[in-house]
Design a protein around this ligand. Structure first.
Ligand code: PLP
Length: 416
């Protein structure tokens, strides 16, 4: 049966049908219908996700994995089914290779401390790019402080594109770990991650990919990318906050020491010593965010029902429209003009601080983000302390972009 959300052409979405799934889009802000253009910070949730979590709390709320009673078994099955769905979504070879974490940030810290820390010594290097989110900078800085290793940063050009050849040239024998963002949350750049992974693999350097802004917008295939670790967050992809995932091949997870100690991650505990559970349980100490896992599974089901190719095609068309519309505003400068971009437009306007832009257009019901977007080095590279940022999701329309433009023009008039 045809999915009601897919456009008949197969190259986009029926956005009206998608919008009907998002209850929050019915609300007014300052007397105007909400225009939500802050999906890169956190996406809105469709009723399918809200209902899946509500159903867990109402009908089978219980702790998982060790319970013999019906509710516990139902909750365990739902949580593990979510893991299987997440694994399929990123084309992971096995569900046991998906570790549930609190999100991208925790996933990266886990890899830095458990995988990389034992492998680093003074003189070694960790290589990242200039467009990383703080989550893919600070854990490596902490690691370098702990081990005496050095952080190296691959440059980007003035369009906000990675200088790939320079990055490859920086993959020397000293480099023991690479961290790279798949899609930049500050500039929208889509990085040539498969190429970087290929070059790194030739040199035996493991690569972690920060997929926080990729999984909501495009098909992701961790096997085709050839990465060693892939991380993402539920709340960026229409799922709950407080849940995300780390993918790594089973043999890698087996070889890694635990990250945190506690319940669930053990096999046998005695005062003489403890043996650890198999992955992924080895990395999931304590009671997990059960409702969150179930909600993330529902988010994956939702995105799959739309088709990630359709999501990408629909957002690409809207990005073109938004880029053209914003570029036509006098005094507006787009920051980040990479040839390969996903639905993020950072910009500045002559004579108005980004925070003022955000505050003023909120009064027209338009929600955007302003500031450094947790990517201070990338924004500073353009000589700026902050930008305004529009980020697109599956529910946004051309009419909403027109409303954004009207609100921005009104803001500009106030400061003229
Ligand atoms: N990486 C990127 C590219 C992001 O955009 C974000 C969030 O904005 C993160 C990492 C951190 O994600 P979280 O706060 O969900 O851990």
């Amino acid at each position: 049966m045809a999915d009601p959300h897919r456009a008949s052409s197969g190259t986009g979405l029926d956005v009206d049908a998608v919008r009907a799934d998002f209850p929050v889009l019915e609300r007014q802000v300052h007397g105007h219908p909400l225009v939500y253009l802050d999906t890169a910070a956190s996406a809105q949730r469709p009723r399918q996700v809200i209902e899946a979590m509500d159903d867990y709390y109402r009908r089978y709320n219980a702790n998982i994995h060790r319970g013999v009673h019906t509710l516990s078994q139902e909750a365990t099955e739902a949580f593990e089914q979510a893991r299987r769905r997440v694994a399929e979504f990123i084309n992971a070879p096995a569900a046991g290779e998906v570790v549930f974490t609190r999100g991208t940030t925790e996933s990266i810290n886990l890899v830095a401390q458990s995988f990389a820390r034992p492998r680093l010594a003074p003189g070694d290097e960790v290589l990242i790019t200039h467009m990383e989110h703080h989550s893919n900078i600070v854990p490596w800085q902490i690691l370098c402080e702990q081990t005496g290793a050095e952080l190296q940063v691959a440059p980007i050009n003035d369009r906000g594109e990675l200088e790939v050849d320079t990055m490859v040239a920086m993959m020397t024998e000293q480099v023991r770990m690479i961290g790279i963002v798949h899609v930049s949350n500050a500039l929208g750049t889509v990085n040539p991650v498969a190429k970087v992974c290929h070059e790194a693999r030739q040199r035996g350097i493991p690569v972690l990919v920060d997929g926080a802004q990729a999984t909501p917008h495009m098909p992701v295939d961790v096997q085709a990318l050839g990465c060693d670790f892939y991380c993402f967050s539920g709340h960026k992809m229409y799922g709950p906050t407080g849940i995300g995932a780390l993918w790594a091949p089973l043999e890698t997870l087996v070889a890694m020491p635990p990250y945190q100690g506690g319940g669930e991650m053990i096999s046998v505990v005695s005062f003489e010593g403890t043996t650890y559970n198999e992955p992924p349980a080895k990395f999931e100490a304590g009671t997990p965010h059960i409702a969150g896992g179930i909600g993330l599974g529902a988010a994956v089901d939702y995105l799959e029902s739309l088709g990630m190719d359709n999501v990408a095609a629909s957002e690409a068309q809207l990005l073109d429209y938004a880029t053209e519309s914003l570029s036509a505003i006098e005094g507006l400068r787009i920051v980040g003009t990479a040839r390969a971009k996903a639905g993020v437009i950072s910009f500045t306007m002559d004579g108005i601080h980004p925070n003022d832009i955000g505050t003023i257009i909120d009064h027209y019901g338009v929600a955007i983000r302003t500031g450094h977007h947790c990517a201070m080095p990338a924004i500073r590279l353009f000589g700026l302390p902050a930008t305004a940022r529009v980020s697109l999701g599956i529910y946004n329309t051309r009419q909403e972009i027109d409303r954004l433009v009207e609100a921005l023009i009104s803001a500009a008039r106030l400061f003229a």
